[in-house]
Write a protein that binds this ligand. Sequence first.
Ligand SMILES: [Zn+2]
Length: 412
Amino acid sequence: MKHIIILGDGMADLPVERLGGKTLLQYANKPMMDQLAKEGRCGRLITVPEGFPPGSEVANTAILGYDLNKVYEGRGPLEAASIGYEMADDDLALRCNIINLQDGKIITHNGGNLETDDARLLIDYLNETLAKPINESLGCERVKFITGIQYRHLLVIKGGNKHITCAPPHDHPNEEWRPLLVKADIPEAQETADLLNELILKSQELLPKHPYNQAKVAKGERQANSIWPWSGGYRPSMETLMQQYPDIKSGTVISAVDLIRGIGHYAGLRIVEVEGATGLADTNYEGKAKAAIEALEHDDFVFVHVEASDEAGHDGDLELKLKTIEYLDQRLIKPIYEHILKMNEPVCMAVLPDHLTPVEMRIHVGQPVPFLIWHKAIEPDEVQQYDEVSCVSGSYGLLKLNEFMQALMTEK
Ligand SMILES: [Zn+2]
């Protein structure tokens, strides 16, 4: 049997007064998910292990069956995989934002809406003027900047120590940046912390001299005038899904989000590009459905991740979040379901979110999420609808972390 997971990021919610006390999944018109819940079996899943923040990278890694305590290395290594940088064993990879500072404070975490093409020029410039002199003085390639997307880039320190505390810049708008500099957690990491702080300070001297920033000053717009590294880690030691589950010979991940693609890469999945996949409600649902259907033809395992609900939740946009649930239902799950009915080989399909992003809170909440598992021959339970409340009485009960993947792969 083949397996496909369809994940609506942040799709679960809390009861909303404006909807008569219903959650969005209860209120939305989503006949496909309800049919699958009715014909299949449901349950709830704890996706965030104790001691971890309810981040998408954490929850998605847990859903794929991994023990976060063993494999979690932060965003840097996941984004490295997503942009095609193969980490060496002694690499420390950090997410490196290019941000905007003013009067000693972090103003934005995004360098004033920096575009990728401009960012590439700044990253090349930093490699030439900042990394190169350090590497030459050390006689090795110690420091390397790698272009990512928009304001989100990568900084690799060969031989760096990961036991440091860095401040995620989006958590500190309008705060003074000096107290937020990198700190060593253990004495052995002091050299790494010092090096990172030196890079931050020097970038603040160099970046304002670049023509891109000079033009911004002339126009009275925000400069991209400092690097800000954070969430560093080593190459994750993850066994692939193929090594863990004999039924999976090959698999695919379909997502617009770097972190999810990175998890997929280390899990041994092929990353498929879908044109027009934006991570927002305007994403190319049909393109993702088509890519998933194609992947099901030659792979045993497909992970489709759709970010749109999470973004709508962060925006606190109730109507938009309802729409993203209905789009997922009709424009993604339905065509995949219809294709599965025509396939000779049986396919088991699961639908779930990774965490709640309640529209009235606009942040992630790590409560249990509802899930459904369906295939043609499954013995249905009593659940008639797919939502947070109905799934409480599902026959899988309340599962924890890797128990979901085990339950899914037991369906044969
Ligand atoms: Zn998420």
